[in-house]
Structure formats: C-alpha cells, structure tokens
Design a protein around this ligand. Sequence first.
Ligand code: ADP
Ligand code: MG
Length: 148
Amino acid sequence: MFMDLKEIITNSSKETFDLGKDFAKDLKGGEILCFSGDLGAGKTTFTQGLLAGLGVSEKVNSPTFVIIKEYQLDKKEIKNIYHIDTYRVEKDDIIDLGWDDMIKKEENITIIEWPEKINEIIPQKSIWIKFEHLSEDKRKIIFNYENK
Ligand code: ADP
Ligand code: MG
C-alpha cells in the first residue's frame, strides 16, 4: 500500500498516529527509516503510531534527551526497534552507540529523527519520510523510497 503512496495530508495528530500505525503493517525487518522535518512536524507522533502498530505497549517518548531508545518485540521477523534522535549529537556519537550493528541486522528496524545530521552514514536503501508543518493541525507527509 505505502509503496504507491507519495504524499498525504493529515488533519490531526491522531491521523498522523494512525498513518504510522498503518505504515507499520508493511514493515518486514531490516528497514532504516529517516524522518525529516522541523520541530513539531509530527515525526515522533508518527513513530508512536508505528510502534503501536508493531505491538509495542510501552509509552513512546521523544528520544531527544536520551538520543536512542530501544524497544523489543518477540515477533519472529522483527526483534528490536531503535528510535534515534540526532538533534543534540553528531555522526560520531551515533557510530559510538553501535550504528553499524544496528542497521545491518534484518531483525532490527532503525528510525532516525533529524537524519540529515548524519547523512554520511545513512545507507542508500533507507526509506525517507518528510514531515511538513502546513498549519496548526495539518501536516504534509511525503514518502520517498527512491533516494533522499
Ligand atoms: P516532531 O517529532 O517532528 O518534533 P512531534 O510529533 O513531537 O513532532 O509533535 C507534533 C506536535 O504537533 C504535537 O504536539 C501534536 O499534537 C501536534 N499536531 C497537530 N496536528 C498534527 C498532525 N496533523 N500531525 C502530527 N502532529 C500534530
Ligand atoms: Mg521528535
């Protein structure tokens, strides 16, 4: 479904959450998801929906202060989800957190907020989703599977 979807406008944070939840259905494991867009554009809200869709029951907060948050699933295909926020750090900090191992395993899903800060280390095969603030409650969400 999402492979055909280029962009969508959501009219509330619930719609963005639900979109993330739907998007999760297409995930198989091994994906690297890059969420770009300004503060308040909806990256974390979409991630919360996505994690709910994968069956994560714990509360999902923005990892701005912790840099990386790990969630575990006991599904066969997807075992770990890493939610990274590069806002306060640099590329080398992310490498030190075990980036190479994280992104190479098919049983992991890696989600990055502010991916452009670590552009150099993001693999070509990553899925980019761009979040744009249109008005107080409207966001445009653009899916890009080809490249950045
Ligand atoms: P980011 O992670 O991109 O900084 P967040 O998801 O943390 O953004 O915050 C988005 C904020 O905007 C939340 O306070 C949310 O309630 C609000 N909001 C309003 N409308 C929307 C919408 N359509 N989609 C997502 N968030 C929305
Ligand atoms: Mg955020």
